[in-house]
Ligand binder design. Structure first.
Ligand code: HEM
Length: 410
């Protein structure tokens, strides 16, 4: 048995630009020093596929460490700090279980499938607006899609989308652990909160607008039945906006970045809806924006290593899909890759916090890709992209592209 602190480990510079630009080569260096764990700026990084699976499944011995994030950000008591401490994923065990039990049954594949027409309409509307330009920043374009879809799903006015998008963009930087961002984060949070409060208040005053309940109707009914307070319901709605925003946007941006170099795959996406599902699943292996973090609430022994209580562990779900001990040719994007229970991707996490919006996320990216490939023909790079910080929601910042408007060639 070895103490974690006594291990010889590689120091992963996860907070640096160099790491964000190419995390894979750093992790390969770390793997040469130890097979599954390295040190990093704020704790330890577990990078091996099975170690992430095993450790993230030990839910009872760990908690998502948002209290530590609030401490690092010196945000205790600020509006953003309050939300970060009390959002669904950060709640204490019992309260989290109540929220999860109340809402999880509503986020089904069936519900997500029912929402597909709204997703298609939303993407079609955005494409009508953007494709005539034939030269755009794809990341900016993609950023309107998840926020517009969610707004449509909860009956929010589309005029509010640009303001929400701006605040969500700021909000997404919160997990990059830079305290100087706090005033901007507070402002962004308060804007999204006010929007969600108003939406819930208005719906309670005017319930049952249509025969088919939308997502907001479903959430309000479930929260009334489950004894969830309006404060918690509002926090949940804010959280849905936040959780679904730059995750989905960054996946779509990386998808375009990848498929520009695979024109046959891209062209087939325009014709073959079923194939889009495979492409999207392979994308979740190939790239994913999130790194989960946990604080150990008890000592854990794993593979003869003693991890003490109060250790901060990072799980880069973002890059584990390229683990060469699991995937052959991990840097090759292959929608036909054989996947089973031994190598399934972990883009949506594991255990009791596994993504509640995963079916919505999958459906909106599949539908989005199918229409995109029809309307943005022959896309090619038209400038440089930057990378976002690795901690938090990683991905490309900016993706200038040129393409031909598919509608004008019909
Ligand atoms: C590509 C898009 C998405 C990705 C990659 C993603 C990824 C994740 C991951 C990895 C987690 C677990 C985090 C952890 O355990 O530390 C999570 C949790 C969560 N996600 Fe997503 N997500 C996406 C989209 C969405 C959408 C669209 C929604 C809602 C509309 C959503 C709602 C949630 C919620 C509510 C949780 C917290 C669940 C809990 O604590 O019980 N996500 N997501």
């Amino acid at each position: 048995m070895t103490e974690l602190s006594a291990l010889e480990l590689y120091n992963l510079p996860m907070g640096t630009r160099e790491f964000a630009a190419d995390p894979y080569s750093f992790v390969e260096k770390a793997r040469k020093v130890h097979p599954w764990i390295a040190r990093c700026e704020h704790g330890y990084c577990v990078f091996e596929y099975h170690a992430i699976r095993d450790l993230m499944s030990m839910d009872d011995k760990m908690r998502p460490s948002f209290d530590e994030v609030v401490r690092i950000m010196s945000a205790k008591g600020s509006p953003w700090g309050r939300f970060t401490d009390e959002q669904m994923i950060a709640l204490p065990e019992r309260e989290h279980r109540l929220m999860r039990d109340t809402f999880a049954a509503k986020f089904t594949p069936r519900f997500a499938n029912q929402m597909r027409p709204i997703m298609r309409q939303t993407m079609a509307r955005l494409l009508d607006e953007w494709t005539p330009k034939e030269r755009i920043d794809f990341e900016e374009f993609a950023s309107y899609y998840p926020v517009s879809v969610l707004s449509q799903l909860v009956g929010g006015p589309l005029e509010a989308v640009p303001g929400l998008r701006k605040s969500l963009e700021t909000f997404g930087l919160g997990m990059s652990l830079k305290p100087e961002l706090l005033p901007a984060l507070d402002e962004a949070y308060l804007h999204i909160e006010a929007f969600c409060e108003k939406l819930i208040e208005n719906r309670r005053k005017n319930p049952g607008r249509s025969e088919t309940p939308d997502l907001l109707d479903v959430l309000i009914t479930a929260s009334d039945e489950g004894g969830i307070s309006t404060r918690q319901l509002t926090d949940l709605l804010v959280f849905l906006y936040v959780a679904g925003y730059d995750t989905s946007k960054n996946v779509m941006t990386y998808l375009m970045h990848t498929l520009m170099d695979l024109p046959d795959v891209y062209r087939r996406c325009a014709e073959d809806h079923e194939y889009c599902r495979k492409v999207v699943e392979e994308m979740f292996r190939y790239y994913n924006p999130g790194t989960s973090f946990r604080f150990t609430d008890a000592e854990i022994t794993y593979r003869e290593v003693k991890v003490p209580k109060n250790t901060m562990l990072f799980f880069p779900l973002s890059i584990v899909g390229r683990d060469p001990t699991i995937y052959q040719d991990p840097h090759q994007f292959d929608p036909g890759r054989a996947i089973d229970h031994t190598n399934r991707h972990m883009a949506f996490g594991l255990g009791k916090h596994m993504c509640l919006g995963q079916y919505i996320a999958r459906a909106q990216i599949q539908e989005g890709l199918h229409l995109l490939a029809q309307r943005m023909r022959n896309p090619r790079r038209a400038g440089k992209s930057e990378v976002r910080p690795f901690y938090g929601i990683w991905g490309y910042k900016g993706l200038p592209i040129e393409f031909s408007d598919g509608r004008s060639s019909v």
